[in-house]
Write a protein that binds this ligand. Structure first.
Ligand code: ADP
Ligand code: MG
Length: 249
């Protein structure tokens, strides 16, 4: 059977982002052209200041490009009004941050319930059940009623991932999600992302850790706002497999 061809799902076309500084114009992203395919795990690497977070902000619609186009599942997201974009983000994107961004006065459970309530879902018992299921999937059912401060960094990040999944978004964007974690917790978080990709999610993760990045399907390297490397590990794995099987024949 021929493998299903993966089509461009998130497409950045000639994306440039300039910031106006008192010293003049600073180009943080310089004519970026990237296609992300669905159900693929991409890591974005590059030095601090290379434009990784700016790139993520373009995809999430948190910020707009100065030039160029971003198309997600056929929709040019920069054409949305602010309200349309907020709704679109709520339904389509889960976002995970380096410092978890959990709301400290809410329990982990309430944190995970919140995005569903923000999208206008009102059946509290249904929302609570779903949030508990999501927390159980990251082994946090016993901590559900605790506030974030009682949980370890790794647990808080797992709760933040559960929250990001609350509205079943097809896409997960994570900006340095392991940047504040020890290696054991980082490996755990990576394992969760790998499982989510197997279940069909599209994951884009910014990381400083080349060893973690190697485990993704693809690594994109940024330098001074340009893509300077794009290696597709999944492709390499497929080639290795097909070589092995042709030797076996
Ligand atoms: P990274 O995430 O790779 O560390 P960023 O995308 O945060 O890099 O930043 C890329 C460059 O753009 C940096 O030089 C940063 O100072 C600059 N930059 C980012 N956001 C702004 C902003 N809002 N105003 C001015 N400059 C910015
Ligand atoms: Mg950054």
């Amino acid at each position: 059977m021929t493998p299903k061809k993966k089509t461009a799902y998130i497409s950045l076309q000639h994306v440039t982002k300039n910031f106006l500084l008192t010293s003049g114009i600073f180009t943080a992203l310089d004519d970026i052209n990237i296609d992300f395919r669905s159900s693929e795990f991409t890591c974005v690497v590059g030095r601090s200041g290379s434009g990784k977070s700016t790139l993520m902000n373009m995809i999430t619609g948190i910020d707009k490009p100065t030039d160029g186009k971003i198309v997600v599942a056929g929709k040019p997201i920069q054409d949305f009004t602010e309200n349309e974009r907020a709704r679109w983000r709520g339904e389509n994107l889960g976002i995970v941050f380096q410092f978890y961004q959990l709301i400290p006065v809410l329990s982990l459970l309430e944190n995970v319930m919140l995005p569903m309530q923000l999208l206008g879902k009102t059946d509290l018992s249904k929302i609570e059940k779903k949030a508990l299921r999501l927390l159980a999937a990251v082994n946090l059912e016993d901590q559900a009623h605790q506030r974030p401060e009682k949980a370890s960094g790794g647990q808080q990040q797992c709760a933040a991932i559960a929250r990001a999944l609350a509205n079943d978004p097809p896409i997960l964007i994570a900006d340095e999600p392991t940047g504040n974690l020890g290696s054991e917790d980082a490996t755990m978080v990576l394992g969760i992302f790998i499982d989510l990709v197997k279940k069909g999610k599209t994951v884009i993760m910014v990381t400083h850790d080349d060893d973690l990045a190697k485990q993704a399907d693809r690594t994109l390297r940024l330098s001074d706002g340009r893509v300077v490397g794009d290696s597709n590990h999944a492709h390499r794995k497929t080639i290795a497999r097909s070589r092995k099987s042709s030797h076996a024949e």
